[in-house]
Design a protein around this ligand. Structure first.
Ligand code: HEC
Length: 185
C-alpha cells in the first residue's frame, strides 16, 4: 500500500516538493554537469539526462546484480526489480550505510500481465519506467547525497516529476540513507 501511494503521488506530481533550497542547490549541480558536457543538455524533458540532477541511464545496468523485486498493486499494476552496481552490492553485503559515493541503484518497472501459458502467473508486460539514483555526497549534498532520474522509453521525464523524488524518499526512508529497497532474503 505504501509504495502504491508513493508511486501514485509521484505520477501526479503533487503536494510534497523538496524544499526550494534543495531544488536550487540540486539545480546548480545540474548546471555544473551541463557546463562540463555542453553537447548533452540536462535542462529539457525528452532528453537522455534528467532535469535538475543531470542523471543518465548507466551503461550496462541490465547486467548488474539483483537486490529485490517489488509488486505494485492497482492502479499501477507493475512488477519492479531493483539492481545495483558493484559498489552498491558491496555496501549492502557489509550493511554499510550511508552508501558510498559512486553507488548507483536502478529500478526497472513493467506492467504486470497474466501469463498466456499459465493463468496464475503474472509476468512482465510493457516496460514503464527506468529510475536511477546516483550517490555523490558533494554534488547532491542538498538531496541527501542522491541524484535522481526517471526515464520513459529512454527519455527523462520533466522537472516537475523530478521535484517529487527526494521529498518522498526523505519523508519515508531517511534513516536508511533514503533507500527503500533491502536485499531480498
Ligand atoms: C511518493 C513516494 C516516491 C516518490 C515521489 C519517488 N519514489 Fe522512488 N521509491 C519509492 C518507493 C516506495 C520505492 C521502493 C520500491 C517500489 O515500491 O517500487 C522506491 C524506490 C526507488 C528506487 C530504488 C532504490 C530504493 O530507494 O529502493 C529508485 C532508483 C527510485 N525510487 C527513484 C526515484 C526517482 C528517480 C523518483 C523521482 C522521479 C522517485 N523515486 C520518486 C517511493 C517514491
Amino acid at each position: 500500500m505504501l509504495s502504491l501511494a508513493c508511486a501514485t503521488a509521484a505520477l501526479a506530481a503533487p503536494d510534497a516538493p523538496a524544499t526550494s533550497a534543495n531544488i536550487a542547490s540540486a539545480k546548480s549541480a545540474k548546471v555544473t554537469k551541463a557546463a562540463a558536457n555542453p553537447t548533452n543538455s540536462a535542462s529539457s524533458a525528452n532528453s537522455d539526462t534528467s532535469p535538475i540532477y543531470g542523471v543518465t541511464i548507466p551503461d550496462g545496468y541490465r547486467k548488474w546484480q539483483f537486490i529485490a523485486p517489488a509488486h505494485e498493486t492497482a492502479p499501477l499494476d507493475e512488477l519492479r526489480v531493483v539492481l545495483g552496481n558493484p559498489k552498491a552490492i558491496a555496501a549492502i553485503e557489509k550493511n554499510q550505510l550511508p552508501f558510498p559515493d559512486g553507488t548507483v541503484l536502478v529500478k526497472l518497472a513493467w506492467k504486470h500481465v497474466q501469463s498466456a501459458e499459465f493463468a496464475p502467473a503474472y509476468v512482465p508486460g510493457k516496460a514503464t519506467t527506468v529510475q536511477v539514483m546516483v550517490k555523490d555526497s558533494k554534488k547532491y549534498a542538498a538531496t541527501g547525497g542522491w541524484g535522481f532520474g526517471r526515464f520513459i522509453d529512454g527519455k527523462a521525464v520533466d522537472a516537475a516529476q523530478h521535484q517529487t523524488c527526494f521529498a518522498c524518499h526523505q519523508a519515508l526512508v531517511k534513516n536508511h540513507d533514503y533507500v527503500f529497497t533491502r536485499l531480498a532474503p
